[in-house]
Design a protein around this ligand. Structure first.
Ligand code: ADP
Ligand code: MG
Length: 251
């Protein structure tokens, strides 16, 4: 049965999408059957694995709102055993459209149920908010993986995220766990990063992954080529560290 991992942090630009895409691709490279789910209207995970949003027929919006089956929305990618349910800008309306619908928080969980036997990992890339799309992801997930950027305000806003996680645990998904915390975009040239690492470790302890993702130019270039880092530049530092992270996640 698939382990469903939501990659969440309501802050934008902390490395959620980069982590979702590359963790998915690296798990696939390790021989796991991986499915990415893009629930960010920006659709960066979708384009990040080379899916052209213009020719997406069914996206996650149709699954959440129009009762299209998740199976029908799955697309393959250039990486064998990495699939995706894409998002297009249409999803921007879903946050509002979900409000009056029945069982609005559990739509994604219900939709993914039939896919659980077909994958080893299902990775959901969340939008930068704590609205209904993120709630759907946390309700569908077995665990949440939190990327934290190594910068001055790193811990700011985390209490809201943890509060939301607790509310979901209490009311919607008692089994939700914290999968782990991954520190991203470390700039080795400054001492600030080291301080942030210490603070985050004090707070999350053994939940913090050994693997720390450094700033790496190749990681920031890969999305514009529609490729995960292991395809774009398999010998880069970025590819190396995301493979390390995937091994930690796969245990
Ligand atoms: P989020 O999904 O949380 O908004 P992204 O993964 O899209 O964050 O990352 C924000 C920006 O930073 C993107 O342009 C991405 O390419 C870049 N980026 C992410 N991780 C790294 C990294 N380790 N090194 C360099 N650039 C990165
Ligand atoms: Mg993103």
């Amino acid at each position: 049965m698939a382990r469903i991992i939501a990659v969440a942090n309501q802050k934008g630009g902390v490395g959620k999408t980069t982590t979702a895409v590359n963790l998915g691709a690296c798990l696939a490279a390790l021989g796991k059957r991986a499915l990415l789910i893009d629930i960010d209207p920006q659709g960066n995970t979708t384009s990040g694995v080379g899916v052209n949003k213009a020719d997406v027929e069914n996206c996650i919006y149709d699954v959440l709102i129009n009762d299209v089956s998740a199976q029908e929305a799955i697309r393959s990618t250039e990486i064998e055993s990495l699939h995706i349910i894409p998002a297009t800008i249409q999803l921007a309306g879903a946050e509002i459209e979900l409000v009056p619908t029945i069982s609005r928080e559990v739509r994604l969980r219900k939709a993914l149920q039939p896919l659980k036997s077909k994958y080893d990992y299902i990775i959901i890339d969340c939008p930068p908010s704590l609205g209904l799309l993120t709630i759907n992801a946390l309700t569908a997930a077995d665990s949440v993986l939190i990327p934290i950027q190594c910068e001055y305000y790193a811990l700011e806003g985390l209490s809201q995220l943890l509060n939301t996680i607790r509310l979901v645990q209490k009311h919607l998904n008692t089994k939700l766990e914290i999968e782990g915390v991954v520190l991203t975009m470390l700039d080795a040239r400054t001492n600030l990063g080291i301080q942030v690492i210490e603070d985050v470790k004090k707070y999350f302890r053994e939940k913090v992954y050994q693997t720390i993702i450094p700033r790496n130019v190749r990681l920031s270039e890969a999305p514009s080529h529609g490729q995960p880092i292991i395809s774009y530049d398999p010998r880069s530092r970025g590819a190396e560290v995301y493979m390390d992270l995937a091994k930690e996640v796969a245990g």
